[in-house]
Design a protein around this ligand. Structure first.
Ligand code: PGA
Length: 247
């Protein structure tokens, strides 16, 4: 199964649902029945409307984050996994570098993962090194810590997708070369095997994926899809990413 996840970040108003209509039409017309899933993570304000409109399962709707508590609590502006699930979302991103840089520690992330899974949300757990860490050859060490401090064997690996998103690549137009990407993905697999045993969560890639470079990732079979930021805001670009990947 390949995942094409559009992370809208802080973009979109109710009218933006037209974009999803186009993606949905494209999905319906796809006669090849390729095994892929389209997921969109809009801002919280659009979760319910989008989830209601796309119940057909052609497009799944997820949130970009969740609070690290279960049900309700007196935390202003916080939104719990329970509330996200109740409006029809099926998954949530956790640990995006935007949120890590705003204070999400490993401890907080572990609670988020725990409560999201408890509320039957799938999670996309984001990891990745920054520019300085890459320059100092710390990538593998950083990823090891990010994974082992948060994920545990007791978590259901079927409901977890790990997104490798090098921070230096997000929004910059830079992508890792194939050799280094393969090495990193194999390293992630090794760590996941240590945590989960033989059967491990899917691994996807994120960072400046667009319709022109997506084919470059095809050679790496271990990559089960993409987390797409900037290019997911245009239905044309987003559809072209899927088309070009399978071309
Ligand atoms: P990008 O963002 O595709 O714009 O680099 C990816 C992400 O932040 O998830």
């Amino acid at each position: 199964m390949k995942y094409f996840i559009g992370n809208w970040k802080m973009f979109g108003v109710p009218g933006s649902i037209n974009i999803l209509d186009k993606i949905n039409l494209f999905n319906l017309r796809d006669r090849n029945r390729k095994k892929y899933k389209v997921i969109i993570t809009p801002p919280y304000t659009l979760l319910e409307t989008f989830a209601k409109n796309f119940k057909s399962k052609k497009i799944l709707i997820g949130s970009q984050n969740c609070y690290h508590k279960d049900l309700y609590s007196s935390n202003t502006a916080a939104i719990s996994p329970y509330m996200i699930k109740k409006v029809g979302a099926k998954l949530t991103l956790i640990g995006h570098s935007d949120n890590r840089s705003e204070g999400d520690t490993d401890k907080i992330l572990k609670d988020k993962v725990f409560f999201a899974l408890k509320n039957n949300l799938k999670i996309v757990f984001c990891i990745g090194e920054n520019k300085k860490q890459k320059k100092n050859n710390q990538t593998l060490k950083v990823l090891h810590k990010q994974l082992t401090q948060v994920l545990e064997k007791r978590f259901n690996r079927n409901n977890i997708i790990v997104a490798y998103e090098p921070i230096w690549s997000i929004g910059t137009g830079k992508i890792p070369n194939q050799e280094e990407l393969l090495k990193t993905i194999l390293h992630i697999k090794k760590i996941l095997r240590k945590i989960f045993g033989k059967r491990i969560p899917s691994i996807i890639y994120g960072g400046s994926v667009d319709e022109t470079n997506v084919q470059k990732f095809r050679k790496i079979n271990e990559i089960n899809g993409f987390l797409i930021g900037g290019a997911s805001k245009s239905s044309k670009k987003f559809i072209d990413i899927i088309k070009n990947y399978y071309r």
